[in-house]
Write a protein that binds this ligand. Structure first.
Ligand code: SF4
Length: 347
């Protein structure tokens, strides 16, 4: 089957166990054939229907005539100089493109998944924001990034982060369903605490996530120590104010007896001052949280990475913090591995 024919076909990756059971029944088979398909797709991770050898040949032909396995086609790859980060560009069946990142840190491998084509959130420091919002990804388009990258990875995948192009909580239903598929013990079987959903801070959706008590980890991209500063770099703060965001994050940790992660991209002349670190200390001290400080990965827009001594001074204030503070030294710097940068550059 060539790719131009794909538009007529539904993709199997993305279907739940129940959907695959109904699919098998729609082709005149018993529902357990759907569960076999589920095992072949997500547990054994086969790429072709011909490899699903315990399915009868007649059924395999029927499946081939009505569906494809992967909704995505890989169209490009770029490596960082250190080979620790690889970026992949995928094409959807409608021609739109997304990117996913594979990162190696010691023995740990992390996959970073996109959830939308483009993004409506418009963070001022982000390359994806320049594309505007184009479309939500389907469950299959999200999960397929994982399945395809896993085969290209340096080893077993330890973590999956919904942090590529797009705001995951603005594609809430598909993102949760994709996380559920990644987590399903009969399929991919990623532990719930190895799956992180990272948001720019959509307050109503964090509340929903909290009420629904999902076990996946939540990370909030904070990036500022007060409302005025945050509005400048993340205009969404006008409708999602910082004090409410902090309060909803605190409630989430209390209601779910869990920890929230705050991401803080450190940018020169923006949010790198000693006073910023002091304000963060006060703001976050009463929350069960972890703070991840990420010195900015320069893209050639208006923002730059702080000097190393400023990064160190900032971190020294946080040594007194009652919460853990980690620093993610950017590994993608050689290939511009911020979200959206490969797609925007290709375009
Ligand atoms: S940082 Fe994330 S939420 Fe903000 S514009 Fe970029 S993709 Fe969207």
């Amino acid at each position: 089957m060539n790719h131009s024919q794909n538009l007529k076909y539904q993709a199997l990756v993305g279907m739940s166990k129940t959907q695959l059971e109904s699919f098998a029944v729609s082709l005149g088979e018993q529902s357990y054939r759907g569960r076999q398909l589920f095992d072949w797709l997500y547990h054994q991770k086969k790429d072709t229907i011909d490899e699903m050898t315990d399915l009868p040949a007649r059924f395999r032909n029927q499946v081939k005539n009505s569906a494809i396995v992967h909704p995505l086609i890989q169209v490009a790859q770029s490596d960082s100089g250190s080979k620790r980060t690889k970026k992949f560009l995928f094409q959807l069946q409608n021609g739109n493109q997304i990117e996913s990142v594979l990162m190696k840190d010691g023995s740990r491998n992390t996959i970073c998944l996109s959830t939308q084509v483009g993004c409506a959130v418009n963070c001022d420091f982000c390359a994806t924001a320049t594309m505007g919002f184009v479309q939500n990804l389907s469950i299959g388009e999200i999960v397929d990034q994982f399945l395809q990258l896993k085969k290209l990875s340096f080893g077993p995948i330890n973590n999956v982060v919904f942090m590529g192009m797009g705001e995951p909580l603005l594609n809430y239903k598909n993102v949760i369903a994709a996380a559920d598929l990644l987590h399903d013990p009969d399929g991919i079987n990623m532990g719930s605490k190895r799956i992180t959903i990272s948001t720019a801070g959509i307050i109503s959706k964090i509340k929903q996530f909290s009420i629904e008590a999902h076990k996946y980890k939540l990370a909030i991209s904070l990036n500022a120590s007060n409302q005025e500063q945050r509005i400048r770099i993340m205009p969404i703060s006008a409708t999602q104010p910082l004090d409410e965001l902090i309060s909803v994050a605190r409630n989430y940790t209390l209601e779910n007896k869990t920890r929230v992660t705050f991401e803080y991209v450190l940018m020169k002349d923006i949010n790198e001052k000693i006073e910023d670190a002091q304000r963060l200390l006060v703001m976050l001290s009463s929350i069960n949280c972890k703070l991840n400080v990420i010195p900015y990965n320069k893209t050639g827009r208006d923002y730059v990475r702080p000097k190393d001594e400023n990064i160190q001074s900032f971190l020294s204030i946080l040594e007194k913090a009652p919460f853990p503070v980690t620093v993610r030294w950017s590994k993608g710097v050689e290939i511009d591995a911020g979200c959206g940068q490969l797609v925007t550059r290709t375009k």
